[in-house]
Write a protein that binds this ligand. Structure first.
Ligand code: SF4
Ligand code: SF4
Length: 441
């Protein structure tokens, strides 16, 4: 059944059929006329089973295709909101080169059996700080360069000239982190164990990456930096960052709760930053893609073209990807690595196919937005997904509570519909985002 959604646009209103995520924008002065025409409803009724099937395939039948691979538990930083426990980051284990190769061999065999012919699984070296185990990681990339697509998420403090050369020569996707365009704010949350900030090192690494097409910067929106998001996107644009993610804080660890921004105020600054990326594009002809927002736009205009999997339910954790700890313990997502009850098994001892259907993984892979109190009747539930299960569980003790930033997600979806109503969506999306896609309606 179609439901009405007020998107805050001066000319258009939105009608959504939530189960299929099918929608229509209707001019406010045409609503009565449009609703009295039976044609569109009859045409939708004929095709709705197909849309539902497509949505169900996206939500329930995706295959594992990526692994967040933690080659060490150690980190040289002590960021205020990290989802890994401090003890782990300070004194944790690292994998030997042999162990990394052994794990990659297991994953290579698994992907060969499960992925379509010619498709490579993705390995993202993740952390803690993967570059602390650089020698072993680089040797593994060299050995398996034809067997996987590789990426790395790093705090960028160890990205010297040689490291950048290696990663870019191997065409890896490179993600780094920076929370603000000015040292005084950036260093409040991202600092080393002596409390010194690392802003300057990150900006040096950004200079080394300038011109490379496949890198991004992740910023975590907290109460400390949210006021500077407009300046932040200007800073990224001036450094020719191709993609960034402006992710609202995940409150999985209780010590991060003190940095939790208010939904309403955080969304106000976030949307102002999105406005600014649009202006920058119009002024210069060069885009800075805010990937998490671009993903919401895709969720609305081409649901199966989504690239990120936090805003769908079940989320991608444990079904599209999983996280591997240095000792082989396997968790549905990196967010769960500090939560022992979500360990689904050990890749060196258990069959991966069994880990993926283990009870701890099922807790995440079977969490549907329809089962979440106060989300089940939400009209945008299939554009939001009520993330994040790790955060929700740690904050409430239950998987059936709604996401910690519900109002933020709503504001973001309303904004996305306004962008579409104004015909501006292409300015916020990657060029050629629709290559190979077919229009179904
Ligand atoms: S919603 Fe949370 S658990 Fe799921 S993929 Fe995103 S970060 Fe991981
Ligand atoms: S968290 Fe909020 S916006 Fe998201 S599905 Fe639930 S009620 Fe809707």
């Amino acid at each position: 059944m179609f439901q009405y959604l007020d998107i805050g646009h001066s000319k258009y209103n939105c009608f959504i059929e939530p189960d299929t995520a099918f929608w229509a924008l209707v001019q406010q002065d045409q609503i009565e006329k449009t609703l009295s025409q039976r044609g569109i409803f009859q045409s939708f009724a004929k095709k709705s089973w197909k849309f539902k099937k497509e949505m169900d395939a996206l939500r329930f039948t995706q295959k594992l295709s990526a692994v967040y691979f933690n080659p060490t538990e150690k980190c040289n930083l002590n960021c205020s909101y990290c989802y890994l426990p401090e003890k782990m980051r300070k004194n944790g284990d690292s994998m030997s080169e042999e162990r990394i190769l052994e794990a990659l061999e297991i994953l290579k065999k698994y992907f060969k059996q499960t992925l379509p012919k010619g498709m490579l699984g993705e390995i993202v070296f993740h952390g803690a700080e993967p570059m602390l185990n650089q020698k072993a990681v680089f040797a593994a990339i060299e050995k398996y360069k034809n067997d996987f697509r590789f990426g790395i998420q790093t705090n960028a403090t160890l990205l010297d000239k040689r490291a950048v050369e290696f990663l870019t020569n191997h065409h890896m996707s490179i993600g780094i982190s920076l929370d603000a365009p000015m040292e005084g704010i950036a260093d409040l949350t991202r600092k080393n164990w002596s409390g010194q900030g690392v802003y300057k090192k990150i900006v040096d690494a950004m200079e080394r990456l300038r011109g490379y097409p496949n890198w991004s910067v992740i910023s975590t929106i907290t109460s400390k930096n949210m006021r500077y998001l407009v300046e932040l996107v200007e800073f990224f644009h001036s450094h020719e960052v191709p993609n960034c993610l402006l992710n609202v804080l995940r409150c999985t660890m209780s010590y991060s709760w003190k940095l939790k921004p208010g939904d309403h105020i955080a969304s106000k600054y976030f949307l102002a930053a999105l406005d600014r990326t649009y202006e920058l594009y119009k002024e210069t002809g060069r885009k800075l893609i805010v990937a998490n927002f671009a993903n919401i736009l895709l969720a609305i205009i081409a649901p199966t073209a989504r690239r990120l999997m936090c805003d769908i339910s079940p989320c991608g954790g444990g079904r599209c990807f999983f996280a591997l700890a240095p000792n082989g313990d396997s968790f549905p997502c990196s967010e769960f690595i500090g939560l022992p009850m979500f360990k689904g098994g050990n890749i060196f001892k258990d069959k991966l196919s069994n880990i993926l259907i283990s009870q701890p993984f099922n807790l995440v892979t079977k969490r549907k937005v329809e089962d979440v109190e106060s989300c089940q009747s939400c009209v945008i539930r299939n554009f939001c997904g009520s993330p994040c299960p790790a955060e929700v569980y740690e904050m409430s003790g239950s998987m059936r509570k709604k996401g910690a930033f519900c109002e933020f997600y709503k504001e973001q979806v309303h904004y996305a519909f306004r962008v579409i109503a104004d015909g501006k969506e292409k300015s916020y999306l990657w060029d050629h985002w629709d290559k190979g896609l077919k229009k179904s309606y």
